[in-house]
Design a protein around this ligand. Structure first.
Ligand code: GTP
Ligand code: MG
Length: 459
């Protein structure tokens, strides 16, 4: 099985918050001391971090779950539980994150870019926090909030300065192995390269030093759009290249004349662009450099004339320099080609807008949401609502009183009414189940309008 994985699903889960503690001070001279239960620690967050040492999404193929550590529970004497450690998940540079519906949540194009994939739960408050004038001995604490959990879909689109495209067997891999430290497999047969390879090309030194990342993409053939050859599977890795290097085989054994190869390759790029239906994608207008490969094998006549035939309708003026004939074996033309690529990459980089705010983010809304189930029961969803009822012992009148007040503050009553709940309907919030009219009866209404005699709760 291939070791290059460019799509995967990942399940991320933040650590759970630790529970708050119920405890009362005990000292020899104060047998019935005040509450001193400490808070639970918060759970760790899960972060995706772009890392140029990670080449593909392989690590997630067989192990798609990542979970951060949970917070520790609080304990007596107001000792707070420690927080769970954050988990940093390294992903390749160029990873795009989507949700179930394909909506882009984040894009991590630079080494070190970070995105919060799942937040840890908040730790519960200990009973010491619930001490008030009217509540002298709170015998409940808050539970820790569960960590956020979700599936996300990762999609790798390599970020290269230059992507080499060409027919199979034209010498793409031989070229990248000549100009960089990359060592892809080279073979005298089509489709030797089955997955994209990146190589770093270093030019000049001192103040003139320059680096560019070049991608060797599996060969393309006519009809790739209809799935021939390796199809369009790898063109996604061309999408974000700054410059395209179109390599046409000049050798007598080439599958087609150089100009014909060029035409077919551009045609495939155009079809790919149409298939994606993304107008913003400008593959056909992307700066490109055309080069002839295996020039040492070419007939002298071909060498003189091959570039004349590169007339392509609607072609942009991006091909200002005459195409270069190169041989990756003898080195002919390679320096000139690299100089040309460098110029193009430098000007493409210079034209790019400064990156600020590299990720697009759609945070999960904090509020509450009411859904109506098929059995006519209602469920209140949302972190805030779950947190409101996350108390250690809801059979306690005091705890229930606290939960009620919190739900009221969140506007749960109004939200239920708006959703069409009527007296007698069953409502669920996390583990708490009650009937709608009982909310009213239990006095969930704006706090300051509550009758004074009920305000004191059960104490
Ligand atoms: N004489 C000569 N042979 C070359 C040159 N470049 C590549 N070759 C040979 O051409 C064959 C194909 O080379 P590759 O680099 O594997 O070609 P490729 O374009 O990567 O092929 P795929 O990965 O199959 O798409 C190999 O036998 C190479 O040795 C060259 O400049 N001159
Ligand atoms: Mg190859």
């Amino acid at each position: 099985m291939s070791n290059f994985v460019d799509e995967c699903a990942l399940n991320v889960r933040g650590g759970d918050g630790g529970a708050g503690c119920v405890s009362f001070r005990r000292e020899s001279h104060t047998p019935m001391g005040g509450p001193d239960g400490g808070d639970g620690g918060s759970g760790g967050d899960v972060w995706l971090v772009a890392d140029h040492n990670v080449a593909s999404l392989l690590a997630f193929r067989d192990h798609p779950h990542r979970r951060a550590a949970s917070g520790a529970h609080g304990s007596g004497r107001r000792r707070h539980g420690s927080s769970g450690r954050d988990l940093e998940v390294p992903v390749p540079v160029g990873t795009v994150v989507r949700d179930r519906d394909g909506v882009v949540l984040a894009d991590l194009p630079g080494h070190g870019d970070r995105w919060l994939a799942a937040s840890g739960g908040v730790g519960g408050k200990g009973n010491a926090r619930f001490l008030s004038n009217r509540r002298r001995a709170p015998a409940f604490a808050e539970q820790g909030e569960a960590g956020e959990e979700r599936w996300i879909w990762l999609d790798l689109k390599l970020l290269a300065d230059v992507a080499i495209i060409g027919f199979p067997n034209v010498g793409k891999s031989t070229l990248i192995s000549r100009i960089s430290a990359a060592r892809p497999k080279i073979g005298d047969y089509p489709f030797t390269t089955l997955e994209p390879q990146l190589g770093v090309v270093r030019l000049g030194d001192g103040a003139d030093a320059f680096e560019m990342v070049v991608a060797d993409i599996p060969g393309l053939i006519e009809g790739a759009a209809e799935g021939r050859g390796l199809g369009h599977r790898f063109l996604r890795h061309v999408e974000r290249a700054r410059v395209l290097l179109v390599l046409c085989d000049l050798s007598p054994i080439a599958a087609a004349a150089p100009a014909e190869q060029y035409r077919i390759l551009l045609d495939e790029l155009a079809r790919y662009q149409v298939q994606l239906g993304v107008e913003a994608l400008d593959l056909v207008d992307r700066p490109r450099v055309v080069a002839g490969s295996r020039a040492d094998l070419a007939d002298p006549g071909v060498l003189d004339t091959w570039a004349d035939g590169l007339e392509v309708p609607d072609s942009p003026e991006s091909q200002a320099e005459p195409p270069v004939a190169v041989s990756a074996v003898t080195g002919l033309g390679v320096d000139r080609l690299l100089g040309e690529l460098r110029r193009r990459v430098e000007s493409a980089r210079a034209e790019e807008p400064e990156r600020d705010g590299f990720v697009t983010l759609r945070p999960v809304p904090e509020g509450i949401r009411v859904v109506r189930h098929d059995d006519a029961s209602f469920e209140v969803l949302g972190r805030a609502a779950l947190r409101a009822v996350g108390l250690s012992d809801l059979t306690q009148p005091e705890a229930l009183d606290e939960a009620r007040r919190r739900l009221d503050r969140l506007g749960v009553d109004r939200a239920l009414a708006r959703a069409g709940a009527r007296n007698g309907d069953v409502v669920r919030i996390g583990d708490l189940v009650f009937t709608y009219d009982s909310i009213d009866e239990l006095d969930v209404q704006p706090f300051d309008e509550a009758p004074a005699d009920r305000r004191g709760g059960a104490s």
